[in-house]
Design a binder for this molecule. Structure first.
Ligand SMILES: NC(=O)c1ccc[n+]([C@@H]2O[C@H](COP(=O)([O-])OP(=O)(O)OC[C@H]3O[C@@H](n4cnc5c(N)ncnc54)[C@H](OP(=O)(O)O)[C@@H]3O)[C@@H](O)[C@H]2O)c1
Length: 235
């Protein structure tokens, strides 16, 4: 799909990768960018249309879908991290929040906006997933990885079901980026602006999946290594 002339809706657009997507979309010629945030007053980027959206609130999702009848590109970016061992009983609450935000929220968004996108001559969804959908940092990312693995499976299912109406789906897998979410993680991180540009280029090239950096490509290759990376090589 071409970004020029598109009408995009980006969730979690007030900071991190979401704000990078909003900037990249404007630079690539989007006709309109709806920048969604739980608190729209935190949207400071000029040229976008701020809208209120908590992706765990079905009432807000449905109201927004009724209000915005012109969306051609949905970017499911909003997400939460949070870490700790899965054997800690506290993980259950975190797991519910991560599934609601990282997997069920994006699905609800697609359910709500699919009818609008079906009426457009060209439409697409970008689901921001993670290299950690395919591997777990032991004792650290078990619940987050589970939510992103679910998001990946749902992204694949959405692609199959939206094909009939001509809506494309791009899964974006990326390793650590230089945003608040990975603030405490040492080592090299990708620039969110660069990742947003790569994702937009991949969408324009008709790709269904983007492995956006070398670490992500190596984790993906590790799925079929012997032993597979997810059996513990990241530990
Ligand atoms: N950073 C990384 O290393 C990394 C790596 C791989 C994938 N990702 C994924 O990339 C995406 C963007 O993350 P980021 O790195 O930009 O993180 P970030 O800087 O922490 O930003 C997260 C964004 O999501 C929003 N958000 C969280 N819960 C929400 C909810 N219930 N409803 C609406 N918005 C919500 C936040 O809004 P508030 O300001 O209101 O909290 C914020 O705008 C996420 O899906 C994340 O899982 C990140």
């Amino acid at each position: 799909m071409k970004i020029q002339g598109s009408v995009a809706l980006v969730t979690g657009a007030n900071r991190g990768l979401g704000s990078a997507f909003a900037r990249a979309l404007l630079a690539a010629g989007a006709a309109k960018v709806y920048a969604a945030a739980r608190d729209p007053s935190t949207i400071t980027l000029e040229g976008v249309v701020p809208v209120r959206l908590d992706v765990t609130r079905p009432d807000q999702i449905e109201a927004l879908a009724r209000e915005l009848g012109d969306v051609t590109l949905l970017i499911n970016n909003a997400g939460i991290g949070g870490s700790g061992p899965v054997l800690d009983p506290m993980v259950i609450d975190r797991l519910h929040q991560q599934f609601e935000t990282n997997a069920i929220g994006p699905l609800r968004m697609v359910q709500a906006f699919a009818p609008t996108m079906a009426t457009q001559s060209s439409s697409a969804v970008i689901n921001v997933i993670s290299a950690l959908s395919w591997a777990t940092l032991p004792g650290i990312t078990g619940s987050y990885s589970a939510s992103k693995a679910a998001a990946w499976a749902l992204s694949n299912a959405m692609r199959q079901e939206l094909k009939a109406q001509g809506t494309e789906v791009l899964s974006l897998h990326v390793a650590f980026m230089d945003t608040d979410m990975a603030r405490g993680v040492p080592g090299p991180k990708s620039s969110p602006d660069e990742i947003a540009r790569l994702a937009i280029a991949a969408l324009e090239a008709g790709k269904s999946e983007l492995l956006a950096d070398e670490v992500t490509r190596s984790v993906h290759a590790g799925l079929t290594a012997e032993p597979p990376m997810y059996l513990g090589m990241l530990g």
